[in-house]
Design a protein around this ligand. Structure first.
Ligand SMILES: CC(C)(COP(=O)(O)OP(=O)(O)OC[C@H]1O[C@@H](n2cnc3c(N)ncnc32)[C@H](O)[C@@H]1OP(=O)(O)O)[C@@H](O)C(=O)NCCC(=O)NCCS
Length: 249
């Protein structure tokens, strides 16, 4: 198996979930490389293997499924070109996140991201899934994201969006990290305001386009991004293979 086709252990995921978790490169496609990758996982006592595949990777997906892998997400990348955007009243109630907003943002995050592949995989404890997104939004607010905005409702933060700048030179673009609105405050235009704020932020930095990755079955997120002009540009699939459920050989 070539080095680029070999799975690798994910230190952060191993520590967070208390299990041995590895990831299979997108490029690992041939049956020979897939066999070798699974053998490596068994030798390394891997509990769970994450595998990403592209649209044309049907044979890889079928091979992994026959080994016991379950489809956990349709990873969908969307993009919109950035034009000069109007700021002002449309962004009322949206402001940069402050340190004291973090606990409320974490409470929203712990409940919100239920269409994600972790929530979709019953093998991950529900408490760990909630904690994953609470940890993630705290990290974004504490400096991992280039900007985090909150939207207020009834005098307190009810949602958030995190923004990144990715790529270099020609490939430079904005990227939305996490976005969510508390369940009780949805359907009032708050999510739309958050996306508008992120688009204004990216346009002000001279970025040519904004991207976001979401789940192909997340009707709320797809509706939100479609309403702001995003179009799907890439569809991939996530599978998780748990070795104590896998087929031998
Ligand atoms: C996605 C989410 C942020 C939308 O927030 P919201 O405040 O309810 O959204 P808004 O009321 O501002 O709606 C904005 C647009 O999205 C559309 N939309 C919102 N929810 C929708 C749904 N469930 N199905 C279809 N369209 C939807 C609205 O029709 C609206 O379009 P319009 O401006 O053309 O009328 C919210 O549902 C949420 O927090 N979901 C859980 C977290 C999540 O999935 N985040 C995205 C992961 S990348």
């Amino acid at each position: 198996m070539s080095a680029s086709a070999a799975p690798r252990l994910l230190d952060w995921d191993c520590a967070f979930f208390g299990a041995r978790i590895a990831s299979l490169p997108l490029e690992t496609r041939s049956e020979r490389d897939l066999e070798a990758a699974l053998e490596w996982c068994r030798r390394e006592r891997v509990d769970c293997l994450y595998a990403l595949s592209d649209e044309h990777d049907g044979p890889k997906r079928a091979w992994l499924e026959a080994k016991g892998a379950r489809l956990v997400d349709e990873r969908t990348t969307l993009s919109t070109p950035l034009v000069q955007r109007r700021t002002g009243s449309a962004l009322d109630a949206v402001r940069p996140a402050r340190a004291e907003d973090v606990p409320l943002m974490q409470a929203v995050a712990a409940e919100a991201h239920r269409d994600s592949r972790f929530w979709n995989d019953p093998r991950f404890p529900r408490e760990r899934c909630a904690s994953l997104y609470a940890t993630w939004i705290a990290g974004e607010a504490q400096g991992r994201a280039a900007a985090v905005f909150v939207v207020e409702h009834a005098g307190r933060p009810a949602g958030y969006i995190s923004c990144h700048e990715r790529g270099a030179a020609e490939a430079r673009h904005g990227d939305i990290g996490l976005v969510a609105v508390a369940e009780a405050a949805r359907g009032r235009g708050l999510g739309g305001r958050l996306v508008d704020a992120a688009l204004s932020w990216a346009a002000a930095r001279g970025l040519p386009r904004m991207e976001v990755v979401t789940q192909g079955r997340n009707a709320g997120a797809l509706g939100l991004y479609a309403s702001r002009g995003f179009q799907p540009v890439l569809r991939q699939r996530w599978q998780h293979l748990w070795f104590d459920e896998s087929m031998p050989g």
